[in-house]
Design a protein around this ligand. Structure first.
Ligand SMILES: Cc1cc2nc3c(=O)[nH]c(=O)nc-3n(C[C@H](O)[C@H](O)[C@H](O)COP(=O)(O)O)c2cc1C
Length: 168
């Protein structure tokens, strides 16, 4: 059995999660950046790793998932917001939508440091007022993904792998 993990990462957070998960899994897991456009069909399942861009999976991921039809899939993502926030729930809904037509086995989100240049742009644009809550959230995101996030991701991946192996 082989599983493909395809990830998209602009500043490294999502790559870190993908690599940590890979370390916890059997050798039949293939890790590839989305830029390599790996063929999904040869694997028993495809796990998609994305970063959140304006409430949805990032554009490279959106393009890649169009190739997936009738496959067992799962997804993990990193975002600036808290993973238990209404915004994160929205992200999960959007992710589910773009993976329609496949069998979705699970999803996982954790926080990821927001590029300081992006934070500056947000401050200047006025579209995202820097409320104390938003600022605290960005400061918290700065410490992620942390050890606990990576451990949680590893448990998510292990459970997923067991499910896929059982269904085979
Ligand atoms: C252009 C842009 C848009 C973003 N939009 C969101 C967003 O809508 N919600 C959110 O929680 N985080 C957002 N973020 C934060 C990233 O999703 C987060 O920092 C992520 O961990 C980056 O992952 P990476 O290091 O793998 O690129 C955005 C970041 C950028 C650069």
């Amino acid at each position: 059995m082989s599983v493909l993990v395809v990830y998209s990462s602009r500043t490294g957070n999502t790559r870190k999660v993908a690599e940590a998960a890979l370390a916890a899994l059997p050798t039949q897991v293939v890790l590839a950046p989305v830029e390599d456009s790996p063929a999904p069909g040869e694997h028993q399942a495809v796990i998609i790793g994305f970063w959140v861009d304006r409430g949805r999976p990032d554009p490279k991921t959106l393009k890649y998932v169009k190739k997936l039809k009738g496959l067992k899939v799962a997804a993990f993502g990193t975002l600036g917001a808290q993973p238990d926030s209404p915004h994160a729930r929205d992200v999960l809904r959007q992710t589910e939508k773009v993976l329609q037509g496949n069998e979705l086995l699970g999803m996982f989100l954790c926080q990821g440091r927001v590029d300081p240049a992006v934070v500056e742009t947000m401050k200047r644009s006025g579209h995202h007022p820097m409320t104390p809550e938003r600022l605290a959230n960005i400061q918290e995101a700065d410490r992620h993904p942390d050890k606990t996030d990576l451990e949680n991701a590893q448990s998510f991946f292990k459970n997923l792998y067991d499910t896929i192996a059982k269904e085979k």
